[in-house]
Design a protein around this ligand. Structure first.
Ligand code: CP
Length: 255
């Protein structure tokens, strides 16, 4: 039995985990955190123990607090899958991104991958960076300086000029501007952000013809990515979602 404990909104991760579990003939319980006894003051660990008392094997969890799945894994016997924790990591999104890159490009090692956008607040960025470096890709981060955290110990390139970043790129993974996690002002206006860092057809002209265009979703169309670019033939944004089901089936199966 797998239980889905989502404390933050999700379309792709929750639905694809549910579909993956059903294809593996698991029982699936969707736990609505907002209407549970958590709202009466029950702790996360007590809630998880209560769920576990009903014989859960796997808990898939999304939470706004970085580290919460790790905390829960120490409190219960069920296997915990991180469905995204705060600004920390989104491991299965990373895996489905690598699957998609390898499917389309035939390899990961040696690929030039640009991660564009709100890297500071992005758990997808962190899971991509750690995994891509491990698999031998060259990783370039492109964003305004205010949206790039200090990854001083990691071997990543930093480029503030999107046209230059695009020149040798094989893959671009575009990230959403996460307004909900921004406590400060990181750029003067969305319009200015889009003019410098939005992926438009005009900027794509500086890239190779076979540039693979990716986005984990949800997209802010015409903010970080132009509507027309998201719909180009070399955009694989919908295929990423499709691949997410198979990748999550694999994760559930291995666990
Ligand atoms: N990519 C991703 O995690 O999407 P959802 O927030 O819709 O699950």
């Amino acid at each position: 039995m797998s239980i889905y404990l989502f404390f933050e909104p999700s379309t792709r991760t929750r639905t694809s985990f549910e579909l993956a579990a059903k294809r593996l003939e698991a029982d699936v319980i969707n736990f609505a955190a907002a209407t549970s006894s958590l709202s009466k003051g029950e702790t996360l660990a007590d809630t998880a123990e209560t769920i576990e008392a009903m014989s859960s094997d796997i808990i898939v969890m999304r939470h706004s607090q970085s580290g919460s799945p790790s905390l829960l894994s120490k409190a219960v016997k069920s296997k915990i899958i991180n469905g995204g924790d705060g600004m920390h990591e989104h491991p299965t999104q990373g895996l489905l991104d690598f699957f998609t890159m390898r499917d389309k490009k035939g390899k990961i090692e040696g690929l030039n991958v640009v991660i564009l956008g709100d890297i500071l607040h992005s758990r997808v960025a962190r899971s991509n960076i750690y995994g891509l470096l491990k698999l031998g890709a060259n990783v370039t981060l492109c964003a305004p300086p205010t949206l790039i955290p200090k990854f001083s110990s990691l071997n990543v390139n930093i480029e503030y000029d999107l046209k230059k970043a695009l020149k040798d790129a094989d893959v671009i993974n575009v990230l959403r501007i996460q307004k909900e996690r921004m406590e400060n002002s990181y750029f003067p206006s969305l319009r200015e952000y889009t003019s410098h860092f939005g992926l438009t057809e005009e900027k794509i002209k500086y890239a190779k013809k076979d540039l693979l265009i990716m986005h984990p979703g949800p997209m802010n169309r015409d903010v970080e990515i132009a509507h027309s670019v998201a719909n180009l033939p070399n955009s694989v944004i919908t295929e990423q979602v499709t691949n997410g089901v198979a990748v999550r089936m694999a994760v559930l199966y291995v666990l």
